[in-house]
Design a protein around this ligand. Structure first.
Ligand code: SF4
Length: 695
C-alpha cells in the first residue's frame, strides 16, 4: 500500500448474488490499487473473486470509452467520430422526439439489465420510460424462471440465511458453480466441512470447478432436475425420512404428493436423468437422514423450458423432510424479495401506466425483427436507449438480434463502459462510469445486507453516470419527475427512508445494514408467506400466469425441453466461465489469458465416436446458426452433453458468431424466461480439421 493511499469501503456492483462488501485502496482522486473483501462483513468474510480483486485492471483499462461518439460508417462497422456531450444528447433527444411523433411513444424502448446491480444506476432508466410513456420491458432474461418456481411453493423470494451453511451437515449446491461464480458460498461451506465434517453434494450436468471439490457429484442430463428431486422425495416417503408431522402443519397436500411420487422412484428417474439408480439412492439416503441439510439453489437448472418446474420440485425437498425447521437446514435461491425497497422515486413508479405495452427482453431479436405477437400488435421499435446490457452478445438467438440491429430504420443509443458488440452497432455511444466513480445503493440477493457504494474516484475522460445521462435526456425531452432533480445520494437517502431503513448517512457510517430476519421467520416456522401459510406442493400455476396449463400439477419431470434427436444429438449448456460475468470482465487481459479461447467440452465417448481430438476445431449448429469452437474432451458428464463456458465476445470466435447464435428465445412457462441451457445441437469437426485429417 502506498503511503498516500487510503482504504475506502465500497460494494461490488456486478450481477452476482454475493454483492461483496469491499475495501478499496484509493491512491489519489483518480486511481485505485488493491481491492479486498471486507473481513468484518460476516458474509463477505474477507473473500472476493479474482475478477474484482484485480479491478484496477478493469477500471483503468486503456480501452475504456472516454468520449461520446457518433457513427460515421455503416451499422456495425465500428466507425465513429468524437462529438461533444451536448451534441450527443441533443441528437438522441431529437431522434426520440421525432420517432415518437411519427410512430407513437411506444416505438421507443429503453433497454437495460444488470450490468450494475446498483438500484439507482440500474433501474433509473425506468423513470424516464414511465414518465415518457415509452414501451415497458419484461425483465425475463435471468430471474423469471427460477423465481416462478421458488414462488410457486414458498410464496416469496427469500430463504434461509446463507451464513447458516456454516452450521449445516449437508450442503447441496444444485445447479450452481460458486467456485467460479460466487466464491463466498464456498467460504461458508468450507467452514462447515472443516468444523463439522459436513458433506458437499453438487447437482450439475458437468464437473464444474465446484463439482470437482464435492464429496458427491450427480451429473444428470440437462433439464432433468425435476426427476432427480422427485426420486429423492420418493425415497423419503418410502424409507421413512419424510416428516409427516411437519408436512401436516406446513404443507398443502402431503398425501396427494406421496401418492403421486409412488411411480417416481429411482428407476424412473434413472431412465430420465441418465444417473445410475444406486447414485440416486445414495443421495436420497444422505439427504433424507440429514436434518441440517441446506440446498443452495443456483440459476443454472432453471435456465430451461421446464426451469420453473425444476425449481419448484427442488424446493419441495426440505418441506418433505422438514429440514426448514432446523438451524442450518432449508434452502435459498435469492433473498431479493426481503428488502421491501420503495422504488417509487428510483423508477418513477408513480408515473407507470400498465396499459403501455411490455416487451420481452429475452426476445429482443423477435421484437426488433417485427414479430407481431412480440410487438403486442403495437408499432415497431424504432429507437433503443441501452444501459447495463449487451444484447447482441448476451441475448438468445443472437443472429436474429443482429438482424434486428442492422435495420436502417432503427436508432440506437448505447451508454457503455467499453466498445461492446452492441455499442459497435449503435448510432450514438456514450461513455459510462464504473461503480467506484458514482454513488449507488445495493441489496444482496445472496445474503442479507443493504449497502451504499459511494463515489471514490473521478471518472476518466468524459464518462458520466447513468443517472446523469437520464437527467440530461429528461431535461431535453421535457420529462418531469422529482427523481430527475435530485442527486444520486439524495435519491438513495429518500429511498431508504421511504422503505423504513436507516438514512444514507447512517448506512454509510455503519457500512452495511444486516436485514436478516429472525429465525422463525427466515425458517418459515411462523408459516410460509402464502395465503394459509402452507407450502404448496400443488401450486396454483394458473394464477401465476400458466394460462395454457403447461405446468405439472405436482412436482414432476416436465418433458418440454429441446430434446436431442438424430438430427441434433447433443444438449448444450452455456455455463458461466470463471473469469467472466456474462460479457463483463471479458475485456481484462488476465481473465482472457486464463480462459484461453472459446471451447466446448464433450465426453470422451462422443469424441472417440466422431474422431475429434482434444483441441480440435469443431462446429456446433442448429436451425438458428453455426458456431466454431475448440473441443475439450473431459470426463464428469454424460455422453451427449456439451458445455461451453461463456460468455465470450463474438469476435473471439472464428467467424465472429458467438455462442448465443445457438440458444433459443423460446419463453419458458409460466411467465417467460430465457432457456440458455436448453439447446439441442449437432456437432462435427470443422472443415479445416477434416482437410488436415485427409492430408
Ligand atoms: S464474488 Fe461476486 S460479488 Fe463478490 S467480488 Fe466477485 S463478482 Fe463481486
Amino acid at each position: 500500500m502506498q503511503s498516500s493511499s487510503v482504504i475506502r469501503s465500497s460494494v461490488c456492483p456486478h450481477d452476482c448474488p454475493s454483492t461483496c462488501a469491499l475495501e478499496v485502496e484509493v491512491l489519489d482522486g483518480h486511481r485505485i490499487g488493491a481491492v479486498h473483501g471486507a473481513a468484518d462483513n460476516s458474509y463477505t468474510a474477507g473473500v472476493i473473486c479474482t475478477k474484482v480483486a484485480r479491478y484496477a485492471e478493469r477500471i483503468h483499462h486503456p480501452d475504456r470509452l472516454m468520449h461520446p461518439l457518433l457513427r460515421t460508417g455503416t451499422k456495425g462497422s465500428n466507425q465513429f467520430r468524437r462529438i461533444a456531450w451536448d451534441e450527443a444528447l441533443d441528437r438522441v433527444a431529437a431522434a426520440f422526439t421525432d420517432l415518437a411523433a411519427k410512430h407513437g411513444r411506444e416505438t421507443i424502448w429503453p433497454f437495460y439489465y444488470a450490468g450494475t446491480m446498483g438500484l439507482v444506476q440500474r433501474d433509473g432508466i425506468n423513470r424516464l420510460r414511465h414518465v415518457m410513456r415509452y414501451s415497458r420491458q419484461n425483465l425475463t432474461i435471468c430471474t423469471s424462471l427460477p423465481e416462478a418456481g421458488w414462488h410457486a411453493g414458498i410464496g416469496q423470494s427469500r430463504g434461509v440465511d446463507p451464513r447458516e451453511m456454516a452450521v449445516s451437515d449437508l450442503i447441496v449446491v444444485w445447479g450452481g458453480n460458486p467456485v467460479s461464480t460466487q466464491v463466498n458460498v464456498m467460504t461458508h461451506i468450507t467452514r462447515a466441512r472443516k468444523e463439522r465434517g459436513a458433506k458437499l453434494v453438487v447437482v450439475d450436468p458437468y464437473r464444474s470447478p465446484t463439482a470437482a471439490v464435492a464429496d458427491m457429484h450427480l451429473a444428470p442430463r440437462p433439464g432433468t432436475d425435476g426427476a432427480v428431486a422427485c426420486a429423492v422425495m420418493h425415497v423419503a416417503f418410502r424409507d421413512g425420512y419424510a416428516d409427516r408431522t411437519y408436512m401436516a402443519r406446513y404443507a398443502d397436500c402431503p398425501d396427494a404428493l406421496a401418492a403421486h411420487l409412488q411411480s417416481r422412484g429411482p428407476e424412473w428417474a434413472a431412465a430420465i436423468t441418465g444417473l445410475p439408480v444406486q447414485r440416486i439412492e445414495e443421495f436420497a439416503a444422505l439427504y433424507g437422514r440429514t436434518r441440517r441439510s441446506y440446498i443452495r439453489c443456483g440459476y443454472g437448472f432453471a435456465r430451461s423450458r421446464n426451469g420453473a418446474a425444476n425449481m419448484h420440485a427442488v424446493t419441495c425437498l426440505p418441506t418433505v423432510t422438514g429440514a426448514w425447521q432446523y438451524e442450518g437446514g432449508g434452502a435459498l435461491w435469492s433473498n431479493r424479495g426481503m428488502y421491501h425497497i420503495d422504488k417509487t422515486l428510483i423508477e418513477g413508479l408513480d408515473a407507470r401506466d400498465t396499459r403501455i405495452r411490455e416487451l420481452d427482453m429475452s426476445r429482443i431479436g423477435s421484437v426488433l425483427t417485427g414479430d407481431r405477437t412480440e410487438l403486442v400488435d403495437g408499432p415497431p421499435v424504432h429507437a433503443l436507449l441501452i444501459q447495463n446490457q449487451n444484447p447482441l452478445t448476451v441475448c438468445p438467438d443472437s443472429n436474429r438480434v443482429r438482424r434486428g440491429f442492422s435495420r436502417d430504420d432503427l436508432f440506437v443509443c448505447v451508454h457503455e463502459q467499453f466498445m461492446t458488440e452492441t455499442a459497435r452497432w449503435a448510432d450514438v455511444v456514450l461513455p459510462a462510469t464504473m461503480f467506484m466513480e458514482h454513488d449507488d445503493l445495493y441489496q444482496a440477493g445472496g445474503h442479507t445486507h443493504i449497502q451504499i457504494g459511494p463515489k471514490l474516484i473521478e471518472p476518466p475522460g468524459e464518462c458520466r453516470s447513468n443517472h446523469e445521462v437520464l437527467q440530461a435526456l429528461a431535461s431535453r425531452l421535457g420529462a418531469r419527475h422529482p427523481g430527475f432533480e435530485m442527486t444520486t445520494m439524495q435519491i438513495i437517502d429518500a429511498t431508504l427512508r421511504a422503505s423504513g431503513w436507516p438514512d444514507a448517512e447512517t448506512v454509510l457510517r455503519e457500512r452495511w445494514i444486516d436485514a436478516a430476519l429472525p429465525f422463525d421467520k427466515a425458517h418459515f416456522v411462523t408459516g410460509f408467506p402464502r395465503t394459509g401459510g402452507k407450502f404448496a406442493f400443488a401450486p396454483d400455476w394458473a394464477a401465476m400466469g400458466d394460462a395454457e396449463g403447461k405446468m405439472p400439477r405436482l412436482p414432476d419431470h416436465m418433458p418440454t425441453i429441446d430434446e436431442s434427436g438424430p438430427d441434433r444429438p447433443f444438449r448444450l449448456m452455456t455455463s458461466p466461465a470463471r473469469s467472466y460475468l456474462n460479457t463483463s470482465f471479458t475485456e481484462m487481459p488476465s481473465g482472457r489469458k486464463r480462459e484461453g479461447r472459446p471451447t466446448v467440452m464433450l465426453h470422451p465417448d462422443d469424441a472417440a465416436r466422431l474422431g475429434i481430438a482434444d483441441g480440435a476445431k469443431v462446429v456446433l449448429g442448429n436451425a438458428r446458426g453455426e458456431v466454431v469452437l475448440h473441443a475439450r474432451v473431459v470426463e464428469g458428464m454424460q455422453p451427449g452433453v456439451l458445455v461451453s463456458e461463456s460468455i465470450w465476445p463474438s469476435e473471439a470466435f472464428d467467424g465472429g458468431i458467438g455462442i448465443n447464435a445457438l440458444t433459443s428465445d423460446d419463453p419458458g412457462p409460466p411467465l417467460g424466461g430465457a432457456v440458455f441451457h436448453d439447446t439441442a445441437v449437432w456437432l462435427r469437426a470443422a472443415a479445416t480439421e477434416l482437410l488436415m485429417a485427409a492430408e
